[in-house]
Design a protein around this ligand. Sequence first.
Ligand SMILES: CC(C)(COP(=O)(O)OP(=O)(O)OC[C@H]1O[C@@H](n2cnc3c(N)ncnc32)[C@H](O)[C@@H]1OP(=O)(O)O)[C@@H](O)C(=O)NCCC(=O)NCCS
Length: 437
Amino acid sequence: MNTIPDPATTQAPTQAAASPAAAGQDGPADAATTIRAVSGEELLTTAYSLWAYAFQSSPVPDETVERRRTELSSGEEDDSRVNLVAFGGGEAEAVVGGISMRHNVRGSVFPMVGISGVATHPGARRRGHVRTLLTRMHGQMRDSGHVLSTLYPFRQSFYERFGYVGFPKPRHIRLEARGLERMLRVDVPGEVSIHRIGEVFDDYYALLQTLLGERHGFSVFNRAGTVGVAKENKHWIALARHEGEIVGALLYRTNGFGEELQGQQLLTRGPIGRTLLLQWLARHHDQYSSFTFQLPPDERPDLWYVDIAYDDETKVSGPNHSAAMGRVLSVPGLAGIATGGARATVEVVDDPFVAGTWTLDGRGGTLEVTSGSAFGGNGAGTGATARLTSHGLAALVYGVIDPAELMLQGYGTVDAETAQALRTIFPPAAPYLFSGF
Ligand SMILES: CC(C)(COP(=O)(O)OP(=O)(O)OC[C@H]1O[C@@H](n2cnc3c(N)ncnc32)[C@H](O)[C@@H]1OP(=O)(O)O)[C@@H](O)C(=O)NCCC(=O)NCCS
């Protein structure tokens, strides 16, 4: 049964509803609104209804609802997921989901909350529900040790209001079969084996854990959140090994003779893994016209081999093809990330979680964070000043915007001396989030 509240019976927006949102307070959208975490079977009549209406075909057939009820009542809940729901007059009006996962920032792995399933019933929109829920989620997750948050926006400017900065978009490549046979002549140590994903899920998950430790921006769900691909068992996986270690993997499906081989992410730990996987694809060069897969945003396929031919089909467009965004939830929590050797004091403004004056010291090769200025006052004594928004801070930490460009985006003002120090502490980098949610 469709349990979405009827727009006609939901309360009209009130003055009281508008004010907390406008003030950015973490309070209910109006006096009659209550917010709480929902789990188990109650998700069916609350979060699931709102998600179905916002993101899926709806009304949802009764048999699908019953199947979900059975899944939810089985008691096998994934404890990495939190769903906060806003209720007005007893009905669920809005939901924000948080997925606890691990995330690499400049070589250190942190707890991170992935925001997903953000939806408000059309009858209750623009009343501050999502502002309240998201602020509550950020605070709750920060207090339980989550240092960062990421998400995939339907529109970037919506989440820009909440302090998130954009990441570079991973690339979608269509590699032409023509020319690929050259790879077969490369003498590369190692071998490739091919399996159904369900048979080798442990190997695949182990590779994800390794990449989590090695690649900036990478994120991994817990095992329960990842194992769905093995349960579905709809993909082949090519595993590349070198000296007994897995150095690359590609999940894919074939699409009929002469058509395309449809890959997911081309995961590699370096050029040996990549070359082994390309050799595997090259074995199909007469069978398929092209090979599609996703690459990290900083990958350079144009330099992979002579005579390479590919189309870059990367699409950046909301709501379904947006680039991810990220923000910092705790500045002291960032201590320990790899840095260049410089020190700067920054003042972060207009944010409930990261505002304050912080001294960021990278002179020992890893970040030390202290509250306040190392120079006495806010940068006094050096003449240095940096005033950043939450986005400005996140842009530096993730390495996506040069300090001198922050002003152009409205993310802060930084004088030349401090810009140079910040550029040294946080060199440019390309976060690759990997997990989709
Ligand atoms: C987008 C959506 C979640 C917003 O929910 P909401 O409860 O109406 O949001 P709020 O009232 O808390 O608004 C928060 C802020 O965003 C602004 N805002 C709301 N909807 C907006 C929109 N569609 N575009 C731009 N800004 C918007 C509000 O003015 C408010 O600004 P302020 O707090 O700075 O004054 C809701 O419209 C929805 O469910 N849409 C369909 C599903 C969807 O797209 N979900 C997001 C997936 S990433």
